[in-house]
Design a protein around this ligand. Structure first.
Ligand SMILES: [Zn+2]
Length: 424
């Protein structure tokens, strides 16, 4: 009797263990804020934005989306000089990163009110405004902009004339601006720009490889990804400053490049950037959920370009960073109990940044490695430590530069000492 009871308990115990192990190995299907089916990364139909200029002849007011990085799907006149702009995402449901971008002008100088309303989203981004065709930008102040507390509609009210006023969720960064930036940085002799693949719509996926000759028999490699999510421009800009600092002429950067190469893909979703998407590429897929099956040409191109590193005796991958933006500046490291190389680097780096940049509020939220994102693929493929580097999407531009530049300096100092510990 006792024996039977014991074996009965034993069976219960075994089934409990089996159940719990099933639970931990359950496939990742999305974060709490993701729409259902986000890890199904095959192509899907998207809602295309019609490009057109809408004119209201009775007021002499014009609104257009006929440029790169724009988004406004419809405009309704609700009264004299009052308009309701309808902004729709490329797929729905979708994460709430409601990108918009349009230009507005009037035959005669007048005052207009523009209400920003969304399908499958709520107003989020304080408008950036340019009166000179995008040369300079200002964040809308509380006189020209407010978010209705009850309806949470964004309302912009400003004076316009015959010169188009450009209004955008963030200062625009399309393939045009990226091309200018990368033309400039690739002039350096040790930076190579190459095309590793192309997007669905045929835009190049660029790799910038920073590799300076040195006598080291084995160099470390740092991987940097960016802009998988089109509206996340503050993270993208921070990433560009970060890369520029690694490529700079400072003694620190020169020393760093004796030990390390940098393989970067700063703009991974050029179709999404140029089409003013909220989240996905041109076939409606969240690229940062495609790092398991690689169904999309953008993610697959980056993966194919990196895999040869596994077979090289003269290179050892050390670390990966994936730049994003969200409602706070936060690092998403790998859980401490998961073994990485160099172990716990992200946590040590974060502590150092917090010490040296006390003005910037920097948070931390560790994650397991089960989701099909760039960080986890880098960790699983190369055994390395890696981080998703999220920058607050309201951080002022000068702070983006400071964060990118100074976190890069701390990164280089710490990576140099890791290299000397492990490779010398
Ligand atoms: Zn993101």
């Amino acid at each position: 009797m006792l024996n039977t009871r014991k074996s009965f308990l034993f069976i219960i115990l075994i089934s409990a263990l089996t159940l719990s192990s099933c639970k931990t190995s359950e496939e990742f299907t999305g974060y709490s804020y993701d729409p259902e089916g986000v890890t199904e990364t095959s192509d899907r139909e998207i809602n295309h934005q019609n490009k057109r200029t809408i004119g209201f002849l009775e007021d002499g007011v014009w609104i257009t989306n006929e440029f790169r990085g724009s988004r406004v799907n419809d405009v309704i006149r609700t009264g004299t000089y009052h308009y309701r702009l309808q902004i729709n995402p490329e797929i729905s449901p979708i994460n709430n990163s409601p990108w918009y971008g349009f230009q507005v002008w009037a035959d005669d100088t007048t005052h207009v009110t523009l209400e920003l309303t969304y399908t499958d989203g709520r107003h989020r981004y304080r408008p950036e405004i340019s009166y000179n065709g995008g040369q300079t930008w200002q964040k809308a102040d509380s006189i020209s902009y407010n978010r209705e507390p009850e309806t949470r509609i964004g309302v912009i009210s400003l004076e316009i004339g015959p010169e188009p006023v450009w209004i955008s969720a963030q200062v625009p960064q399309t393939t045009t601006e990226f091309r200018e930036w990368s033309d400039r940085i690739a002039k350096k002799a040790f930076i190579q720009r190459s095309v590793v693949g192309s997007s669905h719509q045929g835009r190049p996926i660029y790799q910038l490889k920073i590799s300076e000759y040195s006598g080291e028999p084995v160099k470390g490699v740092v991987l940097i990804y960016g802009r998988q999510h089109p509206p996340e421009i503050p993270g993208y800009i921070t990433g560009l400053h970060f890369i520029e600092e690694l490529a700079s002429d400072s003694d620190l950067a020169k020393k760093f490049r004796e030990y390390f190469d940098i393989w970067t893909y700063p703009l991974m979703n050029p179709d999404g950037a140029d089409n003013g998407h909220w989240r996905t590429n041109s076939t409606g897929v969240d690229l940062n959920r495609d790092w398991q099956y690689f169904n999309q040409p953008e993610t697959n191109a980056v993966r194919r370009s990196l895999l040869p590193l596994l077979n090289r005796d003269d290179r050892k991958v050390f670390y990966a960073i994936d730049f994003h933006s969200t409602g706070e500046t936060v690092f998403y490291p790998i859980l401490k109990e998961i073994e990485t190389f160099p172990h716990l680097f992200t946590y040590r780096w974060l502590d150092e940044i917090k010490r040296e940049l006390p003005d910037i509020e920097l948070n931390v939220e560790p994650f397991p490695t089960d989701s099909p994102i760039a960080k986890n693929w880098s960790h699983k493929t190369f055994g390395i430590d890696a981080v998703t580097y999220e920058v607050w999407d309201g951080l002022p531009k000068d702070q983006l530069e400071k964060l990118g530049t100074e976190s890069a300096q701390i990164f280089m100092e710490m990576m140099i000492s890791e290299f000397e510990k492990k490779m010398k």
